[in-house]
Design a protein around this ligand. Structure first.
Ligand code: AMP
Length: 380
């Protein structure tokens, strides 16, 4: 569906056109009119579905002619689980917000960096994107007041619960005015999440987009049986012989991400690691370099991968298996997005074989398996 029928202003439509968004994605088609109507929304959608623009665009529309409010009082609060997602969402607010005549100031705040510049920067902000802990710190310091919030967005709410933010979230809810619009986005709907949706959402419009599952059909999946000690050479063999230019590699721990990265570099493959033990600055640098094509391989752990948004990622390699089938689908869903086909490769040791079978069973698809041991990995 074209964006032009969704109720957005000419200035926003122009900005959308500049981004080369020719058609609204299904989540945008459903959520934009709902948010414009000031309804509450429950959006079940993954990263990659276009969910960010689905709330940013109508929120900007609703804000564009609204009266200014007191300093350090915000109108829109977007709560997100990770710093990476905070930055990404802020960028989308700033991208489309800059197209409007009345400039709407948005800002991202998150932990792991000094709080002082954030306190100063909050002057005149109307849209705040925040991770829960840092938001509460800023509230306690009187740097920000939540009593004028008109719209609350909880993005990747399932992830927030997984990361143990339930208490912080409840504390945030208690600080908000009772009358407000609530938008909640989540990749899945668990029992735990239902307890939140019931408290937060009032007669929500429910929008369900099953991107990852749909996309699985677009993804070529291959598994390689391999011993633990040959995983490194096989990884390098795959990258080099397939001439992979942009590949996301998953490991199960930060330690292994560093180890794999170092080995790749030693063997002449440009790589960077991204995990929770890296500084904020290092993470942003790794992601930017990877997105721009300046670094060939990004080695990441699941926790960080959630916030990674890259379109048309051609290759994902599971160096190690994730714990849950859901994470496996989420990982491989990084490729084959936006209707472009992709390839997902999984390295499977004899110890991981049983677990990989369970993953495939849950996914409802069998992966073609190759005997990695029969490849000539000499020199890789
Ligand atoms: P998200 O699910 O919000 O993380 O968005 C995933 C990616 O899709 C981002 O890189 C967006 O720039 C892009 N995107 C969002 N909406 C559209 C659209 N209607 N057409 C093309 N690309 C889009």
């Amino acid at each position: 569906m074209s964006f032009s029928t969704l109720g957005l202003s000419p200035a926003l439509l122009k900005a959308i056109e500049l981004q080369n968004y020719t058609q609204a994605y299904p989540i945008q088609e459903a959520a934009i009119p709902a948010v414009l109507r000031k309804s509450d929304v429950l959006g079940i959608a993954q990263t990659g579905s276009g969910k960010t623009a689905s709330f940013v665009l109508p929120i900007l529309m609703n804000l564009k002619d609204s009266a200014p409010i007191k300093n350090r009082h915000i109108k829109v609060l977007v709560v997100v689980p990770t710093r990476e997602l905070a930055i990404q969402v802020r960028d989308v607010f700033q991208l489309f917000g800059s197209a409007l005549e009345n400039k709407i100031k948005s800002m991202a705040v998150y932990g792991g960096v000094s709080i002082n510049p954030q306190m100063k920067g909050l002057m005149g902000v109307s849209v705040l994107i925040a991770t829960p802990g840092r938001l509460l710190e800023l509230v306690r310091l009187n740097a920000i007041h939540l009593s004028s919030v008109e719209t609350l967005v909880l993005d990747e709410a399932d992830k927030m619960l997984n990361l143990g933010f339930k208490d912080e979230m409840n504390e945030i809810f208690s600080l908000l005015p009772k009358k407000r619009q609530n938008l909640l986005f989540s990749a899945t709907l668990s029992d735990d999440l239902s307890s939140i949706t019931q408290v937060v959402l009032k007669n929500p419009e429910i929008i369900k987009i099953e991107t990852a599952e749909e996309n699985i059909d677009l993804i070529t999946q291959t598994g390689y049986f391999i011993s633990e000690e040959k995983k490194g050479p096989l990884l390098r063999y795959l990258i080099k012989t397939n001439n992979m230019k942009q590949v996301l590699v998953f490991t199960s721990s930060a330690f292994n991400a560093d180890k794999v990265t170092e080995k790749l570099r030693k063997n002449g493959v440009d790589a960077m690691a991204m995990h929770s033990k890296k500084s904020q600055e290092a993470r942003v640098k790794a992601l930017t370099n990877f997105k721009n094509g300046n670094v060939r391989v990004l080695v990441a752990t699941d926790i960080i991968a959630r916030g990674i948004d890259i379109q048309f990622l051609p290759f994902v390699i599971n160096y190690e298996l994730p714990r849950s089938p859901k994470d496996y689908i989420h990982r491989i869903g990084r490729t084959g997005r936006a209707e472009s086909p992709g390839e997902a490769i999984t390295l499977v040791t004899p110890e991981e074989e049983h677990h990989f079978k369970i993953i495939q069973k849950k996914m409802g698809k069998w992966v073609t398996m190759v005997q990695g041991e029969s490849l000539d990995l000499h020199g890789y």
